[in-house]
Design a protein around this ligand. Structure first.
Ligand code: NAD
Ligand code: AHE
Ligand code: ZN
Length: 372
């Protein structure tokens, strides 16, 4: 197989609009798969890396990590995928045989993570080129391209009947928020929950909390435009920190007779992470960090907060093992246990992808889905 041409949105440098280019894509090598991307969401993490705040950001690169597509070709030794399979690229790989995969304790996998963080394929090279110049990969997925090459461990085979234009959101945002509630925190019926940030991740956490049967789901956002959808999806109340003259954790402690059972930070703001921890109930409350903070940022609280029983944890991709568990989540979606259409506020062709970033920064979108 020869190099193929692919239309891609290239991030040449931080803080510059993406540029639509025709790139040369090397065929899949040993253990790799060529995927035709049908649709991809735009997640805040793409904007974060484009902003230059990601310590793993390498440029020029093809961003994008929330896609869905169809296998176009497989490299040597690939037996789990065949041409025509419907797939979701995974930024949290699952090789099934590394120490992490075998631990039974985490969804993190070490198979491709080191090279992934450097924008490289597992063999330490790239597949994208522009006029012979290498263009880096992103999160092992690079879904802002008509075609992409990924490791076989960074790909989940999914049901043919699942609409790719919607289930692309299970490649990151919706799986992350729902999974953080259901798999990482394991929220139970009757628990009280506070969700900081009502974007794609926070709204998915709202859905997860509703599915778990939480008794109170308190949404917190500084943009009141986000409340209507949060209430529709299951929030029992929404509050704006700007409406109070005391810290929001004190407000929530007052509202909940001492604090919530679980809180989720879905923003990436270390000050809010502190509020999210401190609004948890003494003795047992757990706060889950989902948001991604800029390089160099650090979290702070009084150790007394932990001594007195609060727990601080984090969650990547909702604690979900993509290859083995995404099909089950898609089954739930196909049965109507949750909807994805609520998240899709905008759709657009690749050529308009910069508008998706603008809409996100203006607080006007939940998810923009790019169609190829
Ligand atoms: P988003 O931009 O759609 O939503 C963020 C929301 O936070 C917005 O509604 C915004 O109004 C609100 N917000 C901003 N500052 C606030 C503040 N000080 N107080 C209250 N609300 C505030 O982003 P998203 O796509 O939902 O992503 C959210 C975060 O999750 C990002 O940091 C992203 O990088 C991260 N993320 C992490 C994972 C993971 O696996 N851990 C996966 C996906 C995304
Ligand atoms: N590159 C960043 C870390 C970014 C980060 O934490 N990413 C999340 C997924 S965000 C998806 O929208 C994650 O899964 N982290 C675990 C991992 O292995 O990357 C940095 O700070 O260097
Ligand atoms: Zn994401």
């Amino acid at each position: 197989m020869d190099f193929i041409k692919t239309r891609a949105a290239v991030a040449w440098a931080p803080n510059q609009p993406l540029s639509i280019e025709e790139l040369d894509l090397m065929p899949p090598q040993k253990g790799e798969v060529l995927v035709r991307i049908v649709a991809t969401g735009v997640c805040h993490t793409d904007a974060y890396t484009l902003s230059g705040q990601d310590s793993e950001g390498v440029f020029p690169c093809v961003l994008g990590h929330e896609g869905a597509g169809i296998v176009e070709a497989v490299g040597e030794g690939v037996t789990d995928f065949k041409v025509g399979d419907h797939v979701i690229p995974l930024y949290t790989a699952e090789c099934g045989k590394c120490k992490f995969c075998l631990s039974g304790k985490t969804n993190l996998c070490s198979a491709v993570r080191a090279t992934q963080g450097k924008g490289l394929m597992p063999d330490g090279t790239v597949r994208f080129f522009k006029d012979g110049q290498p263009i880096y990969h992103y999160m092992g997925t690079s879904t802002f391209s008509e075609y992409t090459v990924v490791s076989q461990y960074s790909l989940a085979k999914i049901q043919d009947e699942a609409p790719l234009e919607e289930v692309c959101l299970l490649g990151c945002g919706v799986t992350t928020g729902m999974g953080a509630v259901l798999k990482t925190a394991k929220v139970k019926k009757g628990d009280t929950v506070a969700i900081f940030g009502l974007g794609g991740i926070g709204l998915a956490a709202v859905i997860g909390a509703r599915m778990a049967g939480a008794s109170r789901i308190i949404g917190i956002d500084i943009n009141p435009d986000k409340y209507e959808k949060a209430m529709k999806l299951g929030a029992t109340e929404c509050i704006n920190p700007k409406d109070y003259d005391k810290p929001i954790q004190e407000v929530i402690i007052d509202m909940t007779d001492g604090g919530v059972d679980y809180s989720f930070e879905c923003i990436g703001n270390v000050d809010v992470m502190r509020s999210a921890l401190e609004c948890c109930h003494k003795g047992w409350g757990e706060s889950i960090i989902i948001g991604v903070a800029p390089a160099g940022a650090e979290i702070r609280t009084r150790p007394f907060q932990l001594v007195t029983g609060r727990v601080w944890r984090g969650s990547a991709f909702g604690g979900v093992k993509g290859r083995s568990e995404l099909p089950g989540i898609i089954d739930q979606y196909l049965k109507g246990e949750f909807a994805l259409s609520d998240f899709i506020t905008h759709t657009m062709p690749l050529e308009q992808i910069n508008e998706a970033f603008d809409l996100m920064h203006e607080g006007k979108s939940i998810r923009s889905v790019i169609h190829f």
